[in-house]
Write a protein that binds this ligand. Structure first.
Ligand code: U2P
Length: 269
């Protein structure tokens, strides 16, 4: 509806105020981020206006580096709620130690997620199946591609090929590959030093450890790579003192068949 149709029959002073308001709105709209950078995650009212939150839309392929997150599966299973998760309920077919949680495109600070992608984040079943040896849950594979993989700009096959090649690049120090002692506590700096020693080229500030829960338990080891797949320093997201300030972490043991008998979170170790 035009300005003159809205305000045409009003006195001149009101027209003047209205014109000023319309001009001010124009300035505000010009200063706002472009509409394409926002996505409505709420909904629409019957008259077509938006309600609810808007979420930033991230562009695939625009990021600074990758962080690979290796999850210590026994810690995850000690607190997992989903009893159908094969890595925890014994149907995974083997003991799980470090598994691939995901490879996440990162900004130096913050990260993109749920990027727009022609495949809409869809993972074909055969692609998911071939990842199960290192990412032992199809739900995890689907989730990681939708949230992080779409931002790589590599497409679903390219993303999982890249993830596997980064995973294969990292040598887990043998003593962490299969911990069976239920009382294993490890010094956090030593754990990182052992990863550095086992992986020439890995940067001292290119690895970080996440812990939490009682113990605290080792939850994840994060390792940073540049876009070409070489080890690099991490950005501000992997802030060691925020991720785990404890000098020592508990590593619950791996169990045959993936079944996890580690004490539950909160249970005295
Ligand atoms: O750390 C808890 C969860 O936050 C998400 N996360 C964390 C750090 C980061 O750099 N990027 C990131 O996405 C992860 O969520 P997920 O991928 O599991 O949904 C991580 O598990």
């Amino acid at each position: 509806m035009g300005f003159s149709r809205l305000f045409g029959r009003r006195p001149a002073r009101i027209q003047g105020i209205a014109a000023a308001l319309v001009a001010a709105a124009g300035v505000l709209m010009a200063a706002a981020p472009p509409a394409s950078a926002q996505r409505n995650t709420g909904g629409y009212t019957r008259d077509g206006s938006q309600y609810g939150r808007t979420q930033r839309v991230y562009e695939a392929g625009k990021f600074d580096y990758y962080v690979m997150s290796l999850s210590w599966s026994p810690s995850y299973c000690a607190s997992a709620r989903d009893t159908r998760d094969p890595q925890c309920n014994g149907t995974g077919g083997r003991p799980f130690s470090f598994v691939l949680h995901g490879v996440w495109p990162q900004f130096e600070k913050g990260w993109p997620q749920d990027c727009q992608s022609p495949d809409k984040g869809f993972v074909p079943r055969p692609v998911a199946n071939r990842m199960l040896d290192i990412m032992p849950s199809d739900k995890l594979v689907f989730h990681e591609y939708r949230k992080h993989g779409t931002c790589s700009g590599l497409g679903v096959d390219g993303y999982f090929d890249m993830a596997r090649s980064l995973y294969n690049k990292v040598k887990v120090p043998p003593r962490f590959a299969a911990i069976t002692d239920p009382r294993t506590f490890v010094s956090t700096p030593e754990l990182m030093a052992e990863f550095l020693a086992a992986n020439p080229g890995m940067k001292a500030d290119g690895i970080a450890v996440q812990c939490g829960g009682s113990g605290p338990r080792l939850q994840e080891v994060r390792i940073c790579f540049d876009k070409g797949g070489n080890f690099r320093s991490c950005g501000r997201n992997e802030n060691q003192s925020r991720m785990c300030s404890s000098q020592q972490v508990y590593m619950p043991p791996v169990r045959a068949g993936g079944r996890n008998d580690a004490p539950a979170i909160g249970q005295k170790i």
